[in-house]
Design a protein around this ligand. Structure first.
Ligand code: ADP
Length: 267
């Protein structure tokens, strides 16, 4: 009976439509929830350093600090927290641009060896201050990669800064490997490591392993989420392995792809 079959079909379709509307409503709700969490995280993260700045500035201003040592300590906290605030504003600015999809890439042939050396040079002082040996291992030959040089450097800087931040008296190394179709980049350290059950979350915005250890080490909880976005915008992948108390390794892979008809430029 055609009539009955048609009715059945439209009931099916109605059912499916209802189902997808429910799905849509659920994802809209998830989006709203994640935005709400995001903004409450931002305001919390911004307020914390400001509270420290105000508190210590007030204590100094009211003459409540007696010894030179205490004064030095207070000023040091004010300095550290202002650095944190600056970092946070910088990261948020990048994040805002990502949200608006305004983050465009300047694609060009990139010499990863040069990028690795430059990034390592920039963090050298931080490593020395913590008595960390910083090693750069490069192959003799590495084809140029089509990517965004500035973003590549930012990726490496974020990973190296983390490696140094979460390591004491150990070793941090950045290594490049040329694997035919892929450029492989690793950043490893012999630092405190990340508990295995927390590994799936570290690329999330504002996620920080053990809140209590977070303040001690500084940082914003945004670094890795920015790294992941930059990596994926350049068709790369990022993986992490870690052992508590032993160290952490981040492995990045970028295809030497052809871009807009351009050939890879050999170095
Ligand atoms: P943060 O600014 O707090 O370092 P990230 O997004 O860069 O934020 O990293 C998220 C969290 O992952 C950090 O809070 C830290 O606990 C952990 N983490 C990142 N890199 C390392 C590392 N090399 N060694 C140990 N823990 C790390």
């Amino acid at each position: 009976d055609w009539d009955a079959r048609l009715r059945l079909r439209s009931r099916d379709e109605l059912g499916r439509l209802g189902h997808s509307i429910n799905g849509l409503a659920a994802s809209l709700q998830r989006y709203r929830d994640s935005r709400r969490t995001f903004f409450s995280n931002i305001s919390h993260e911004l307020r914390t350093p400001v509270t420290y700045l105000q508190g210590y500035a007030k204590v100094l201003n009211d003459g409540l600090v007696n010894t030179d040592e205490e004064k030095k300590q207070s000023l040091s906290i004010i300095y550290q927290e202002s650095v944190r605030l600056e970092q946070l504003i910088h990261d948020l600015f990048d994040l805002a641009k990502m949200e608006e999809g305004q983050l465009s890439l300047a694609i060009e042939p990139v010499d990863l060896k040069e990028v690795a050396q430059t990034a390592a040079q920039k963090v050298m002082i931080k490593a020395e201050q913590k008595n960390i040996g910083l090693h750069v291992e490069l192959p003799d030959h590495m084809p140029h990669l089509l990517g965004d040089r500035g973003r590549m450097e930012q990726i490496l800087l974020n990973l190296l800064e983390n490696a140094i931040r979460y390591t004491e008296n150990g070793r941090v190394s950045v290594q490049l490997i040329d694997q035919k179709k892929t450029a492989v980049m690793t950043v490893s350290d012999t630092g405190i490591g990340i508990p295995e059950d927390e590994l799936p979350y570290i690329f999330e915005r504002f996620y920080r392993v053990e809140k209590s250890r977070a303040r001690q080490y500084g940082g914003t909880g945004l670094g890795l989420s920015i790294v992941k976005t930059y990596v994926e915008m350049q068709d790369g992948t990022i993986q992490v392995t870690s052992r508590r108390g032993k160290g952490t390794t981040f492995t990045l892979r970028f295809p030497y792809k052809k871009h807009r008809g351009k050939e890879n430029t050999p170095s």
